[in-house]
Design a protein around this ligand. Structure first.
Ligand SMILES: NC(=O)c1ccc[n+]([C@@H]2O[C@H](COP(=O)([O-])OP(=O)(O)OC[C@H]3O[C@@H](n4cnc5c(N)ncnc54)[C@H](OP(=O)(O)O)[C@@H]3O)[C@@H](O)[C@H]2O)c1
Length: 259
């Protein structure tokens, strides 16, 4: 991937991995726009890093995606990179019936619906500008973390979708990249018990990922992500069991359930 003179939109760029990538892209001289749902957090980001453009937008809301696309195409017609990074992870107890079936789909709507909707809304400008899509899935696309079952399924879905996208766009001049981070120390992983799963810092993720981006990699598996992919091939039962062991304490206890 060419890392300079780009205009880059990063969903969920107000914190964690998205913000770390935004700052690195900005440091390399690129124009960077970050989005998120919370206006207050975006204002804090803007105050701290005035070079970043911030726009409030929820990837789970098709009307907000359409509004964002119209605004960016009008104001920033050189946009040529979309990083679909916004995501959430929830721990779920699958043994208990959900009290709210619609709420059960939140991760699907953000992690899958958001990526599909944003890609569709921006594919015309990305094609016109011979751009790049970076979809952020996860090492959990290979091996689920059973305490976060819906989240893990959404990341497997993004891995599949990204491969199809790459095939369909192979003669369009649009480059399709998938970033599959291992566990990274961000707000998302704050509830993980100390030592249960080893975490890398966003700095380390950025360092490894940018080396791969620079080298032209299309599927980027930093740190333990590579190991998980290999283990999934060599010893699937073992590695699936290990992730269950590491995460079972995170399954919420349901009312009236002994565990
Ligand atoms: N951390 C890890 O260990 C890890 C590992 C593998 C993959 N990933 C993936 O990396 C991506 C970033 O994760 P992270 O760890 O950096 O999470 P994070 O620190 O919790 O940050 C998530 C960002 O996404 C935004 N966001 C959440 N829902 C959104 C929505 N509906 N529309 C727009 N923005 C939204 C958040 O801002 P608002 O809340 O204000 O909207 C925030 O800016 C996610 O796709 C995650 O699945 C993370």
């Amino acid at each position: 991937m060419n890392l300079q003179n780009r205009t880059i939109l990063i969903t969920g760029g107000s914190a964690g991995i998205g913000l770390a990538f935004a700052l690195k892209f900005a440091e390399l001289g690129n124009e960077v726009i970050v989005t998120g749902r919370r206006q207050r957090v975006l204002e804090e980001v803007k105050a701290k890093y005035p070079k970043l453009h911030t726009i409030q937008s929820d990837v789970a809301d098709p009307a907000q995606i359409a509004g964002l696309a119209a605004r960016v195409k009008a104001d920033l017609p050189k946009l040529d990179v979309l990083m679909n990074n916004a995501g959430i992870m929830l721990y779920k107890n699958l043994r208990a019936p959900a009290t709210d079936l619609a709420a059960l789909m939140t991760e699907v709507n953000i992690n899958v619906g958001g990526v599909i909707g944003m890609t569709s809304a921006f594919i015309d400008i990305l094609t016109a500008n011979k751009g790049t899509v970076i979809n952020v899935s996860s090492a959990l696309a290979f091996v689920p973390l059973p305490a976060a079952p819906i989240y893990s399924a959404t990341k497997a879905a993004i891995h599949s979708y990204t491969q199809s996208l790459r095939f369909q766009l192979e003669e369009s001049g649009v480059e399709i990249i998938e970033l599959m981070p291992p566990a990274v120390k961000t707000d998302m992983t704050a509830a993980l018990p100390e030592g249960a799963i080893s975490l890398i810092t966003t700095d380390e993720l950025v360092k490894q990922s940018f080396a791969s981006l620079k080298a032209g990699a299309l599927e980027i598996r930093p740190g333990q992500s590579k190991t998980l992919a290999r283990m999934r091939r060599l010893a699937p039962d073992f590695i699936n069991g290990q992730l269950w062991k590491a995460s079972r304490k995170l399954v919420p206890v349901a009312v009236g359930q002994a565990g």
